[in-house]
Write a protein that binds this ligand. Structure first.
Ligand SMILES: Cc1ncc(C[n+]2csc(CCOP(=O)(O)OP(=O)(O)O)c2C)c(N)n1
Ligand code: SF4
Length: 274
């Protein structure tokens, strides 16, 4: 095995994160830089695209190409980028609000298209940046937001199960408190040909301080990686949402197929000139 000469610090930008001390997103940043270093990817071959939210600030902190986009639009941006510049390793990242509420439609279609990119959803079951409103992954009875003082009363969205139903070819769950496993899963996700979804439990210590307890509650998934999406979905559905590991991986046709992706960037640009 060739050991990469690049280190995690080689992927850290000069901008210091402004996240609250203890925020889970720090560990996601560290795991991304470690995974890139492990894979030895040159900085200029990587693009990290996000939406809006505390989590979505992450491209500023990574020394690669980056795009801090619009709320909920990380995946269409990343998809377009990968189709136009297939030689880049494209990562998309953001929060549960960004990815599953306003961006929910894009999530479904990114799973189904199976474009070769990695989507890192940093789930703290709350809108952190806008000061603690319920998100799609918040439990129905969480009653700590002044906007929903009796809870939302709405069943929570289950991102990993929905990713499988929508056709994702790689579905894993990681936890900020286990950066080693997260790094390993990110390496596998980046190497996976197709849409790789990594659902990361990333505590918001400011608006969900009880999530500090996740360190005592997370557990390995009972099985995995499975190759049958129905079985994987059943396993994840039965899980309490805190099971970690690679649930499902399968080689599925990647879009665009090589014969469809023959247009050069110059040819694509000409489409806009006309
Ligand atoms: C179109 C649009 N709608 C709403 C907002 C306000 N807004 C900014 S961040 C955010 C949610 C952030 O939560 P999440 O994506 O879960 O990330 P976190 O801050 O928890 O990491 C919202 C609703 C916005 N910036 N743009
Ligand atoms: S508000 Fe929550 S998600 Fe945002 S930086 Fe602070 S701890 Fe992290």
């Amino acid at each position: 095995m060739t050991v990469s000469a690049l280190k995690a610090k080689d992927y850290k930008s000069e901008i210091k994160p402004i996240w609250c001390p203890g925020c889970g997103h720090f560990a996601v940043l560290a795991a991304i830089t470690r995974a890139l270093a492990y894979l030895g990817l040159p900085n200029e071959q990587v693009a990290l695209v996000s939406g809006i939210g505390c989590s979505s600030r992450i491209p500023a902190y990574v020394d690669s190409y980056g795009f801090h986009g619009l709320h909920g639009r990380a995946l269409p941006l990343a998809s377009g980028l990968k189709v136009a510049r297939p030689e880049l390793t494209v990562l998309a990242a953001g929060g549960d609000g960004d990815g599953f509420s306003i961006g929910g439609n894009h999530f479904l279609h990114a799973c189904r298209r199976n474009i070769d990119l990695t989507y890192i959803a940093m789930d703290n079951r709350v809108y952190g940046m806008t000061k603690g409103q319920a998100s799609p992954t918040t439990a129905a009875d969480w009653a700590h937001s002044s906007m929903t003082p009796q809870g939302t009363g709405i069943r929570r969205f289950q991102p990993a199960v929905i990713a499988l139903a929508a056709g994702a070819s790689f579905v894993a769950r990681a936890y900020s408190g286990d950066p080693k496993q997260m790094t390993q899963l990110l390496v596998e996700a980046i190497e996976h040909p197709g849409f790789a979804f990594v659902h990361v439990l990333s505590p918001c210590v400011t608006f969900r301080p009880e999530q500090r307890e996740w360190k005592h509650q997370v557990h390995p998934l009972p099985e995995g990686p499975l190759s049958d999406p129905g079985q994987a979905a059943q396993m994840l559905h039965a899980d309490d949402g805190l099971g970690l590991g690679l649930a499902y991986a399968q080689r599925l046709p990647v879009w665009p197929a090589p014969h469809q992706a023959s247009a050069t960037l110059a040819e694509l640009e000409q489409e806009f000139v006309r």
